[in-house]
Design a protein around this ligand. Structure first.
Ligand code: SF4
Ligand code: SF4
Length: 135
C-alpha cells in the first residue's frame, strides 16, 4: 500500500494541500490541515492509515474499518453514531467533525474517487507530501 509521507522541512505553509482537499471532495471541510508546531515550523497533519488504528478500535458502530486488502482505514458515514470516540482516540489529531452538521467525521480517503490519487500530494508545490510504498 501507499502511504502519505510528510517532510516538514519542505513545507512553506501555503495551504495548497488543504485547498486541494476541499476541491477534491467538493466540501467545506478539509481532511487534512497544517499547524504551527511548538518550534514554529509548519507541520502538515495527515491521516497515517495506521497499522494499529486507534480510531477503528474505539469505533463502536463499525463506521471506521481497516480494509485488509488496501490497508487503508475507511469511514462509512451511514454507520457513524457521531460519538467522536475516533476523534478523541486518534494519537495524531487528524480527525475532526464537519462544521455544518457536526455529525460526519472528516477522514482522509486518499482521494479514492480520483484516478490521479491524493490531490494534496499532486498539488503540493514543494513536494513536502509524497506517496511512499510501504509493506
Ligand atoms: S501544499 Fe505542501 S508546502 Fe503547502 S502547506 Fe501543504 S504540505 Fe506545506
Ligand atoms: S485517523 Fe488517526 S488513528 Fe485512525 S488511521 Fe488515521 S492517523 Fe491512525
Amino acid at each position: 500500500m501507499k502511504r502519505i509521507k510528510i517532510d516538514r522541512s519542505k513545507c512553506i505553509g501555503c495551504l495548497t494541500c488543504v485547498s486541494a482537499c476541499l476541491v477534491s471532495h467538493d466540501s467545506a471541510d478539509s481532511r487534512n490541515r497544517v499547524v504551527l508546531s511548538s518550534d514554529f515550523k509548519f507541520s502538515p497533519i495527515f491521516c497515517r492509515n495506521c497499522d494499529l488504528p486507534e480510531c477503528v478500535y474505539t469505533c463502536m458502530s463499525g463506521a471506521m474499518r481497516k480494509d485488509s486488502e488496501t490497508g487503508y482505514v475507511t469511514y462509512d458515514k451511514n454507520k457513524c453514531a457521531s460519538c467522536y470516540m475516533c476523534i478523541m482516540a486518534c494519537p495524531y489529531g487528524t480527525l475532526k467533525e464537519d462544521k455544518a452538521t457536526k455529525k460526519e467525521i472528516m477522514k482522509c480517503d486518499m482521494c479514492s474517487h480520483d484516478p490521479d490519487g491524493p490531490q494534496c500530494v499532486a498539488k503540493c508545490p514543494m513536494a513536502a507530501i509524497t506517496l511512499e510504498e510501504v509493506k
